[in-house]
Design a protein around this ligand. Structure first.
Ligand SMILES: [Zn+2]
Length: 505
């Protein structure tokens, strides 16, 4: 049984407990509950029928004046006709490219975002953070023996190292493959069954669940094996661990992501095989003995200096009070990090650009943050919480977009149920672009989870997650996956909500 005590403490922030095992999040787990769910902590007195009617027709008391609501409509419309987020994302992904934490591209991206924000007239601070510096190496595998093998042949297996993985010796290892579908099957094996072998967890991503719009839940069901597989494998005596890719794409494209080791447990090399190769290995290993030659040569270099980029669009009345609008700037290295999470960064940059375009300065400061190293441990976000302990009370709200750039249907909010009631006028502004839902959720974004925990109201766009995990963390996370209209809908949510929070009385 895996417990939280087995996860290295510095990485704990990225691991959440599901079904008794620790899970690498990679993206936030949002267990959504409708703001109408009776199980929520209810307000003292239920709203009267009249109150509810008022809310439905947009009447009743609004926290925002008619003029402020008109400003939100102008920001929404401007966002929808803008090229800014789309062209900035094109540059970030096509020109700068993948942005693994500690890499030259990550540093280039930091400097570029800072420059772009300075051009708008924002006050820019680079906030230093130490980040992991893991580099991918050779990653190859082939079957050297299997039932029915033609003499003298090998069979290629497509895989990619998991982030943070240690390597095999440079010449690789050759070992028998043992396949299990889940933890329970691993526990049911006789003692020593995995010793000296390569252990594969063939747990499929639940495509049907994702197809119904629950992509994050489908991811959560798979990613536990990526996060905790190497620890379980090492405990069982395996020499390496393979996991089935934790995504829905089945074009034989492997899906990377962070894994973890535990103090006192041997670190063994870990990789994700494609869904197709996982099926193949499962079939063959149940027919008879399968042997694989596996070579993984990633390296973990000393931690590197990097930065969160902070750009303040200064408020007029309360500049010390801030509303955070954010995404994470680092990405995995197989693709170019367009949906994860270049899109989140550029829709956040757009919030400031659109306010500049329309000459809008809200009462409070709108703070764009491009977070560093979310994928490898959220070190940037942790540094922010350390550096801002004394001004946390000045955080009026925090928004993060980190679930792609597909059509958003509204806003997730973490906070009291009354917050949902209060936001109805904002939701009504967003109805025109099909984004008028308000859904209460315990978590909104990995990088803003520290702020959420400290009681800062936090928010995220409710993005369509049906297709996100087909590309996320794969070589296919590239700019062409971005639909400009849908990206702009996300920019509209970020901008309208940031303005609403920053300008409310
Ligand atoms: Zn992400």
């Amino acid at each position: 049984m895996l417990t939280s005590g087995m996860i290295s403490p510095q990485k704990c922030c990225r691991f959440i407990a599901i079904a008794g095992v620790m899970v690498s999040a990679g993206t936030p787990m949002i267990r959504a509950q409708s703001d109408k769910t009776p199980g929520q902590a209810a307000p003292a007195a239920p709203p009267s029928i009249l109150d509810r009617l008022h809310a439905m027709i947009g009447g009743g008391k609004s926290a925002w004046s008619d003029e402020q609501l008109r400003t939100m409509e102008r920001l929404r419309d401007k966002a929808m006709e803008s090229d800014y987020a789309y062209e900035e994302l094109r540059h970030l992904t096509d020109n700068i490219g993948p942005r693994l934490s500690g890499s030259p591209q990550a540093q280039k991206a930091v400097d570029w975002v800072a420059d772009e924000m300075r051009k708008l007239g924002a006050e820019v601070t680079l906030e230093k953070a130490k980040v992991p510096h893991w580099v991918r190496g050779v990653e190859t595998a082939e079957l050297t023996a299997w039932p029915g093998q033609a003499e003298g042949t090998k069979q290629k297996i497509v895989l990619t190292a998991l982030g943070g993985s240690v390597g095999t010796p440079a010449e690789g290892i050759t070992a028998e493959v043992v396949t299990v579908d889940n933890w329970k099957e691993l526990r049911s094996l006789p003692a020593g069954a995995v010793k000296g072998k390569i252990l594969l967890f063939n747990h499929p991503f639940d495509k049907e669940l994702a197809a119904t719009g629950h992509g994050l839940d489908a991811y959560g069901g798979s990613v536990v094996y990526r996060g905790a597989g190497p620890i379980a494998g090492a405990n069982a005596g395996a020499v390496a661990v393979l996991v089935r890719s934790a995504g829905g794409g089945d074009y034989r494209s492997p899906h990377t992501g962070a894994t973890a080791y535990a103090p006192g447990v041997t670190k063994i090399a870990a990789a994700a095989v494609t869904a197709e190769d996982a099926e193949l290995l499962s079939t063959l290993s149940h027919e008879g003995k399968v042997t694989m030659h596996l070579t993984l040569t990633p390296q973990t270099l000393p931690d590197a200096d990097s930065y969160n980029v902070i750009a303040d669009w200064k408020g007029t009345a309360h500049p010390e009070q801030v509303v955070v609008v954010s995404g994470h700037l680092d990405s995995w290295d197989l693709g170019t990090g367009a949906i994860d999470d270049g899109a989140g960064v550029t829709v956040s940059m757009a919030a400031l650009e659109l306010m500049k375009e329309l000459g809008i300065r809200p009462k409070r400061t709108v703070r764009m943050i491009a977070w560093m190293s979310e994928e490898e441990g959220s070190e940037g976000a942790a540094q922010y919480m350390k550096d801002h302990t004394t001004d946390l009370a000045n955080h009026a709200g925090a928004i993060e977009s980190d679930l792609g750039a597909d059509h958003p249907t509204g806003i997730y909010y973490a906070g009291k149920p009354e917050l949902g009631q209060k936001l109805r006028p904002v939701a009504q502004v967003l109805e025109k672009i099909g984004a008028g839902s308000l859904v209460n959720a315990p978590e909104t974004g990995e990088d803003i989870s520290g702020l959420t925990d400290k009681g800062v109201p936090s928010f995220a766009p409710i993005q369509d997650s049906r297709f996100y995990f087909n590309y996320h963390h794969t070589a296919a996370d590239t700019f062409d996956k971005i639909d400009k209209k849908q990206l702009n809908e996300n920019a509209a949510i970020m901008t309208v909500l940031a303005y609403a929070l920053a300008d409310e009385p």
